[in-house]
Design a protein around this ligand. Structure first.
Ligand SMILES: NC(=O)c1ccc[n+]([C@@H]2O[C@H](COP(=O)([O-])OP(=O)(O)OC[C@H]3O[C@@H](n4cnc5c(N)ncnc54)[C@H](OP(=O)(O)O)[C@@H]3O)[C@@H](O)[C@H]2O)c1
Length: 266
């Protein structure tokens, strides 16, 4: 895709989207629109057009990414309503449905995405859903752009709260695990940097094994569990800790919270 893209709101997610586009050598024009222009001045040197005028950015672009906080989204949508009519608009706002966006700008085509913070290193899982007016060509375009930021998958909007809980918040729970594993390394005498890289790379490698070899997590666990060996000693302790139930409860709680916030928006 070579369409011109505007990114409105250049914080964590907007900045990561622009960074991913830059790293991928994206050929179309990219405009960064940010309320405080000085925050995006550096991007100009990298070939990004910058402005503090959201309407101008939307007017001059084919696809508009909205990367502002959910409480600002409606204001920005109203502001750029005329400029995005007939265009593809991608909302990153958690818990705000495509129906909500569509009610503010009925004539735009909306895609709602749920990335996670690993978008900063192009390893996000980005689930997305589309309103009924989004075309096949729009879907192809958006998948191409989102895949630059990691992996993406179109889903039904009814799964968004649960995906928010598993994947959007996932780096939060996994950070707890990486931290705990690092401390476990310290407990058995590893130097701090060695403990950290052992723990973090083990998590990264396991994820890659699941995603790239097609093995299930259970198959990977079995393959490293030698009878009478070290791993089975550790697994015995892990299974007794209730970690599976804790993660299920955590995700259930986050899903319920996401549903509650979404209903407040609706
Ligand atoms: N962070 C995550 O892990 C994550 C994950 C999934 C989805 N999301 C969603 O992504 C969206 C962005 O989140 P974020 O974490 O990137 O937020 P953020 O870091 O606060 O970025 C938002 C940016 O928008 C700017 N802004 C505020 N009002 C604006 C306006 N009227 N016009 C243009 N720019 C404006 C803000 O500037 P000021 O700072 O000066 O106000 C800030 O730079 C949210 O809707 C969130 O729900 C975030």
């Amino acid at each position: 895709m070579k369409d011109s893209i505007a990114v409105i709101g250049v914080g964590v997610i907007g900045g990561a989207i622009i960074n991913s586009l830059l790293k991928s050598g994206y050929e179309g024009k990219v405009t960064a629109a940010e309320i405080q222009l000085e925050k995006v001045r550096e991007l100009e040197k990298l070939g990004i057009a910058v402005t503090s005028d959201n309407r101008k950015a939307a007017k001059e672009s084919d696809v508009v990414f909205l990367c502002v906080k959910p409480n600002v989204l409606k204001t920005v949508l109203k502001e750029i309503r005329k400029e995005v009519e007939g265009k593809l608009v991608v909302s990153t706002a958690a818990a705000v449905t495509v129906g909500f966006c569509k009610r503010v700008v009925p004539k735009a085509r909306f895609v709602r995405i749920m990335p996670n913070v690993a978008i900063l290193v192009q390893e996000s899982f980005t689930a997305y859903c589309c309103d009924d007016d989004v075309t096949k060509e729009d879907r192809e375009k958006i998948k191409e752009v989102l895949d630059v930021m990691g992996r993406s998958m179109e889903i039904e909007e009814r799964y968004m709260d649960a995906v928010t809980a598993v994947s959007g918040s996932g780096p939060g729970y996994l950070s707890v695990i990486v931290e705990a594993l690092t401390y476990a390394g310290l407990k058995v005498g590893l130097p701090r940097d060695l403990a950290l890289i052992s723990a973090a790379q083990a998590v990264l490698g396991t994820a890659k094994l699941v995603l790239e070899t097609g093995q299930s997590a259970a198959q990977i666990r079995d393959s490293v569990t030698t009878p009478g060996g070290t791993t089975v000693e550790a697994i015995y302790e892990v299974e007794g800790s209730g970690i599976r139930q804790a993660l299920m409860r955590a995700v259930e709680a986050a899903t319920k919270k996401s549903e509650k916030i979404r209903k407040q928006w609706e």
